[in-house]
Design a protein around this ligand. Structure first.
Ligand code: GSH
Length: 222
């Protein structure tokens, strides 16, 4: 009964899930889906996730039925519950604070980073020009939302409680491409301090960051 994780290691959303896998020492099968070669748009992949996005996870029930799950946050929670990852996803009311930050990350905090990535990194590679109004809108979103996390992280090493939880992984993911996207989180010292602490001291996050960067370096090298 193998769990399969369909992913591209260069994706911040896949990094969120892979970090849980590494953190909990889960043994599963990774299936590489090449984002840059349109792998998420193949017929087979769309049958798994009609949204055409990685990550996707499949698991098998003892009766042989297949369970298919997309959306990184849902997969992260599934894995924590299946593999007793109750430090990342505690059974106390803290889980609702974690969930709050995960929803907030999805609806607000993570929105601008992919826009910076597409305009500042992908567009030049494709021989295009950055879309200035689109970037201005993304900057506006950062200025609106990042101060909320910045204030929350004053004197805090982690988003909820005293150790890393799913909230940290969900919120830190959009900083993964910062050296390429130039998304301006560096204007927020508490966010940078928290993210640096995670990169330095959380083995799973550090390892998946290295994997992501190695993959991106191959892209840059052509
Ligand atoms: N809401 C999804 C977002 C996942 C997502 O944005 N995946 C991107 C890679 S980071 C993707 O697969 N994009 C393919 C495409 O847009 O064609 C989640 O949290 O899992």
């Amino acid at each position: 009964m193998t769990i399969r994780l369909y992913l591209d290691h260069r994706s911040g959303s896949c990094r969120r899930v892979l970090s849980v896998v590494k953190h909990l020492g889960i043994n599963l099968e990774e299936v590489f889906v090449n984002l840059l070669a349109g792998g998420t748009q193949s017929e087979d992949f769309l049958a798994l996730n009609p949204a055409g996005m990685v990550p996707v996870m499949t698991d098998e029930y003892p009766n042989g039925n297949r369970f298919v799950l997309s959306e990184a946050s849902a997969i992260m929670i599934y894995l924590c519950e299946k593999y007793d990852g109750y430090t990342l996803w505690p059974k106390t009311d803290d889980r609702f604070q974690i969930l709050k930050w995960m929803f907030w990350a999805a609806e607000h905090f993570r929105q601008p980073a992919p826009i910076y990535f597409e305009e500042k990194f992908i567009a030049p590679i494709m021989g295009g020009q950055e879309n200035v109004p689109r970037l201005a809108e993304a900057k506006h979103l950062i200025e609106k939302h990042a101060p909320i996390l910045e204030t929350h992280l004053e004197n805090r090493a982690y988003v909820v409680g005293d150790s890393v939880t799913l909230a940290d992984y969900d919120l830190a993911a959009p900083l993964s491409q910062m050296s390429r996207s130039h998304v301006p989180y560096d204007h927020y010292p508490n966010i940078m301090k928290w993210a640096t602490n995670l990169e330095t001291n959380n083995m799973a996050w550090r390892e998946t960051g290295k994997i992501l960067n190695a993959g991106m370096e191959q892209v840059t090298a052509g």
